[in-house]
Design a protein around this ligand. Structure first.
Ligand code: BES
Ligand code: ZN
Ligand code: ZN
Length: 508
């Protein structure tokens, strides 16, 4: 699907299907037709009558279809309700626009235009365009490579966008730049979703590692380094090695580094869980819980997406990304419950459940990242089922060692309309991960599973490093389409984190 930007209001006249997001007040006061310059006066009055007849109120999510003839051509206008204008906020507009996209999905359109005819205070083209563009580009996704093509199906080929008169006020080159920036995000999300959706038969540690190398091959300013199983062991990353050694397909550790030109630049590290499959190991998952466990590389898919976006820009801090890639299976060489293992962070861990493998692999990734040197560290993982019980599929959990770091991130996830919620890094729960025979145990007991997992990871953070753990176990792969996220791999978090790194206050 192509996304085109219209430059002039007049161009709308040529469009065949136009979608107009509209407020209740505008319908109530009957003046809404003045917003629709492409309709003749008689069409406007017909539309007003029909809207009244069918009592279209522009309530949130309400769709009204008006078919009319223009110069012997059949055209369609869709009015899409946004609810009350006095309650409207720019934050939320992206979700509303993706809902409008879904509302049109059964209309069998091959193209349509989005026309935003009104304006609000503090209306800036770049942020509004970003919302409309991403709502369209991200909602359009489908993972259908394993489904036979339906030749009858009408494919949506093009969506055009015109936002009030704002486009007219900007130079072509400026609009082009905005589109380019959003396309970078949309493409990164799509790639990340594809990685996550790929079936486990075709997506195992080596494939994930190769996909990363391929993606960043020749990328300016980015260096990639790979450690294989032997190197992982020789470096002392015994936790990652243990998690991955039960599979014939051995683990990898991938390091991507972006170096800033700035002298004395600070460093942000990103760490992602990359379990291409999590069967649980000897603490085997039930048949029901194993379904979909190829999504356990969601943290890596997220960080790959973020690196994919941010490395298109010049930054004044360094960004290192570490991916711990493995498969958690059963075999004669798999690690066992009651093993005690010391990894890169030099703390011994008693294994009480081989299904709590993510924190083990990540402990090595985090310890390594800190050893390499970092000022701040953000780690993302599909780490606990408990986060699903606590926050469901739409909100990811945060456990952090610094509240200010989270506060600064909040601005970015709110602006990009991605949802996170901070859980307390409760000091008193630290005792839950202490072992009687080792420094730590990988099981925190029956309660507060997301917090104890986060506290476990925090044990491998060196002093003065600000740390934020993102548990995306619920949000990374969805059972249903939700707004601009699609069923399956969602690409959750890429927009928020990229915004944080490019426009937010990681270092402030
Ligand atoms: N990968 C899972 C977490 C998960 C659960 C992701 C559901 C997506 C959906 C993780 O490795 C795991 O198995 N965690 C265990 C930890 C427990 C044994 C302490 C869990 O949450 O049950
Ligand atoms: Zn597990
Ligand atoms: Zn897992």
């Amino acid at each position: 699907m192509k996304i085109k930007i219209l430059k002039k209001r007049e161009e709308l006249k040529k469009e065949n299907n136009i979608l107009v997001p509209i407020f209740e007040e505008q319908i109530e006061n009957q003046k809404f037709t003045t917003l629709l310059p492409f309709l003749t006066p008689s069409k406007k009055s017909t539309l007003r009558e029909l809207v009244k007849k069918w009592s279209f109120k522009a309530k949130k999510g309400e769709l009204f279809q008006f078919d009319y003839e223009d110069n012997k051509e059949l055209k369609t206008l869709f009015l899409y309700g946004l609810g009350k204008k006095d309650k409207f906020k720019l934050i939320g507009f992206k979700r509303a626009m993706s809902q409008s996209f879904r509302a049109l999905s059964n209309k069998k359109l091959s193209e349509y235009s989005i026309f935003v005819p009104w304006t609000t205070k503090s209306w800036k083209l770049d942020s509004v365009l970003a919302k409309v563009y991403l709502a369209t580009a991200l909602t359009n996704y489908k993972f259908d490579k394993y489904i036979k093509k339906d030749k009858e199906k009408v494919e949506l080929k093009e969506v055009s966008i015109f936002i009030n008169a704002l486009h007219e006020k900007f130079k072509d080159s400026e609009v082009k730049k905005m589109v380019k920036e959003n396309k970078i995000i949309a493409d990164a999300v799509e790639n990340s979703r594809n990685l996550l959706n790929e079936t486990p038969m075709n997506m195992y540690p080596e494939v994930l590692k190769d996909s990363v190398l391929e993606l960043f091959k020749g990328r300016k300013g980015v260096k990639a380094k790979v450690m294989d199983f032997e190197e992982i062991k020789s470096k002392g990353m015994n936790l990652l090695a243990a998690v991955g050694m039960g599979s014939d397909k051995k683990p990898y550790f991938v390091e991507l580094s972006y170096k800033s030109d700035k002298k004395g630049a600070k460093t942000l590290s990103l760490v992602g869980k990359g379990l291409t499959y999590d069967a649980g190991g000897y603490s085997l998952k039930s048949a029901q819980h194993m379904v979909g466990m190829h999504m356990d590389m969601g943290g890596s898919a997220l960080m790959i997406g973020v690196m994919d976006v941010i490395t298109n820009y010049k930054l004044d801090f360094n960004v290192n990304c570490y991916l711990v890639i493995a498969e958690n299976l059963i075999s004669g060489s798999a690690y066992k419950v009651s093993d005690v293992i010391t990894g890169y962070g030099k703390k011994s861990v008693e294994i009480l459940n081989t299904d709590a493998e993510g924190r083990l692999a990540l402990a090595d990734g985090i310890a390594y990242a800190c050893d390499k040197g970092t000022d701040k560290l953000i780690e993302a993982s599909t780490l606990t089922g408990a986060v699903l019980s606590a926050l469901g599929q739409e909100v990811a959990g945060i456990v952090a060692n610094n509240d200010n770091f989270v506060k600064n991130f909040k601005e970015s996830y709110e602006k990009t309309e991605e949802k996170f919620w901070q859980l307390p890094a409760e000091e008193n729960y630290k005792k839950l991960i202490k072992s009687k025979i080792a420094d730590l145990k990988n099981l925190g007991g029956p309660y507060a599973g997301t917090i104890t997992a986060g506290l476990f990871l925090n044990e491998f953070i060196t002093e003065n490093v600000e740390f934020m753990h993102l548990d995306i176990a619920g949000a990374a792969m969805l059972a249903e389409d939700i707004d601009f996220y699609n069923m399956g791999g969602s690409g959750f978090g890429i927009q928020a984190l990229s915004h944080f790194i490019l426009k937010g206050k990681v270092f402030n």
